[in-house]
Ligand binder design. Structure first.
Ligand code: PLP
Length: 248
């Protein structure tokens, strides 16, 4: 089994390893070092914010190599974020049975026709952003008898090219639209505009969540997760700072 190979690569002395094993051992060490650094920065941000409860680290594995995914698993990482349903199916469907404690989150835009696949695979869907998706998700939940946690994505920067419910329309969406489909979101998610300080967007998201009594706040990426923690993030989504740059 792949997992044994990884453990072995880390336990044997370096000189007895094959070339492939050496490569794995090196990748595994690099990943572990990145993970330790991020965990340390998370801890420091929590201290700075006076928080006792640490946010969950979601390892964003989209467009990363199989080798790096295996390194993450060997380091004990079990919460992963993906932004495409099909890529996530290919990567995770079979691994589910090897790692029963996996938690998968969909963090990229969801086409309504992919709703059933998404409900089947993911534990959490961070990106509910429109009424049509409420309908297709509700249908899928009904059909599969399985209900992932759902977060509403908010377009805090009101950017035309970005998905997410506008802040001014959030109350209607949560109080009227979602209940129509029997969907009870557990939190909010945002991606601040790339060219603005992220803090005010995180603050807005936290305020909106509080107003609606929602507990999960999925916010913060490699470049701004510490800021997000200051504003109360419960889930930070870190990709490149953990795995290294993505294949484009
Ligand atoms: C890719 C992605 C991330 C991770 O981005 P990094 O900058 O690599 O940490 C987080 N959230 C979403 C929604 C993403 O699409």
């Amino acid at each position: 089994m792949a997992f044994d190979g990884w453990l072995l690569a880390r336990q044997k002395p370096f000189y007895v390893l094959s070339l492939a094993q050496k490569r794995r051992a090196a990748l595994s060490e690099t990943f572990q070092r990145h993970l330790d650094e991020i965990e340390d920065r998370i801890l420091k941000a929590c201290q700075k914010a006076g928080r006792s409860e640490r946010p969950e680290l979601v390892a964003v594995s989209k467009r990363q190599s199989e080798d790096r995914i295996e390194a993450a698993l060997a380091s004990g990482v079990r919460i992963f974020g993906e932004n495409r349903v099909q890529e996530a199916q290919e990567r995770w469907s079979e691994r589910r049975s090897v790692y029963p404690d996996l938690k998968l989150r969909l963090i990229g835009p969801l086409q309504s026709k992919k709703s059933e696949d998404a409900v089947a695979l993911f534990d959490t869907i961070d990106v509910l952003d429109r009424e049509k998706l409420c309908r297709t998700l509700a249908d899928a939940i009904q059909k599969l008898g399985k209900a992932p946690d759902i977060l509403v994505q908010v377009n805090t920067g009101e950017e035309p090219q970005k998905s997410g419910v506008l802040p001014s329309e959030l109350s209607d969406f949560i109080d009227r639209v979602c209940p129509d489909y029997d969907i009870s979101p557990v939190g909010l998610m945002c991606i601040p505009p790339a060219d603005e300080p992220a803090g005010p967007h995180f603050a807005l998201l936290a305020r909106l969540a509080e107003r609606h009594g929602l507990t999960q706040l999925s916010m913060g990426m490699s470049g701004d997760f510490e800021t997000a923690i200051l504003y109360g993030a419960t889930h930070v989504r870190v990709g490149s700072a953990l795995f290294g740059a993505r294949d484009s």
